[in-house]
Design a protein around this ligand. Structure first.
Ligand SMILES: Nc1ncnc2c1ncn2[C@@H]1O[C@H](COP(=O)(O)OP(=O)(O)OP(=O)(O)O)[C@@H](O)[C@H]1O
Ligand SMILES: [Mg+2]
Length: 219
């Protein structure tokens, strides 16, 4: 899926405090199936931007188009359906549910039809090298393994777009590189559009296009 952002502005206001201008007129176009990296200093607005592009947050003004549909017009039900059907997220912290095993965690986004999805979950376990870990609990896994489960969970519904916000920020460089390569490889194989926020230039170099954000603007 293609993503277009036009004139995105995000401001936060708090009583008795000056307005915080987090996104200052962002314009970008992310072609379907492309892989984009987003780098920039802490506080530049990277997470804010991908939360808006991923329909988890709304801009103060400006438009987001997904496959030429202007999603600003969507109500909350339409937004959550669009997210559920088309968008996956991987965060810096894995957010696995500690009382569920690896297989169950991967099936969480599709719990209502989990029996149909077990085959797909097994394929993803295989692709992420976790086949022998499927009945383990998250606490029994290494950080890299936990993050691979989070990646498999993000891909269980075959999203058209995957957003990753510093997915390996908590891992050592070697494990991080392995997971990033895995993520890029899977997105190529599945033709998924990928937007990855990273502080690692080696990862940014894997992208088709590198974007840099400074102080709420893409430079
Ligand atoms: N609810 C909020 N109210 C006020 N300011 C906010 C709020 N949420 C985020 N901000 C501010 O928006 C700016 C951008 O935050 P954001 O999380 O997008 O940065 P980032 O580029 O992802 O940084 P990092 O690399 O540290 O994750 C920061 O200055 C932050 O303090
Ligand atoms: Mg961030």
């Amino acid at each position: 899926m293609k993503i277009i952002a036009k004139n995105l502005i995000k401001n936060y206001t708090k009583k008795n405090l000056p307005e915080v201008n987090v996104l200052k007129d962002i314009n970008l176009e992310i072609p379907s199936g492309s892989k984009i990296s987003l780098t920039g200093p802490s506080g530049a607005g990277k997470s804010t931007l991908i939360h808006i592009l991923g329909l988890m947050d709304k801009p103060t003004s400006g438009d987001v188009f997904i496959d030429d549909i202007r999603v600003n017009d969507y109500n909350n039900n339409q937004l959550s359906k669009m997210r559920k059907d088309n968008i996956g997220f991987v965060f810096q912290f894995h957010y696995l549910l500690s009382d569920f095993n690896v297989l169950e965690n991967i099936l969480i986004p599709v719990w209502d039809k989990k029996s149909e999805k077990i085959k797909r979950a097994d394929e993803l376990l295989d692709m992420t090298g976790l086949s022998l870990r499927k009945t383990h609990m998250p606490s029994e896994l290494s950080g890299g393994e936990q993050q691979r489960v989070a990646l498999a969970r993000a891909l269980i519904n075959n999203p058209k777009i995957l957003f990753a916000d510093e997915p390996t920020g908590n891992l050592d460089r070697k494990t991080g590189t392995m997971i990033e390569n895995l993520m890029f490889g899977l997105c190529t194989e599945l033709k998924t559009t990928l937007v990855v926020v990273t502080h690692n230039q080696d990862v940014a170099n894997l992208a088709d296009k590198q974007l840099k954000m400074v102080d709420g603007q893409i430079i």
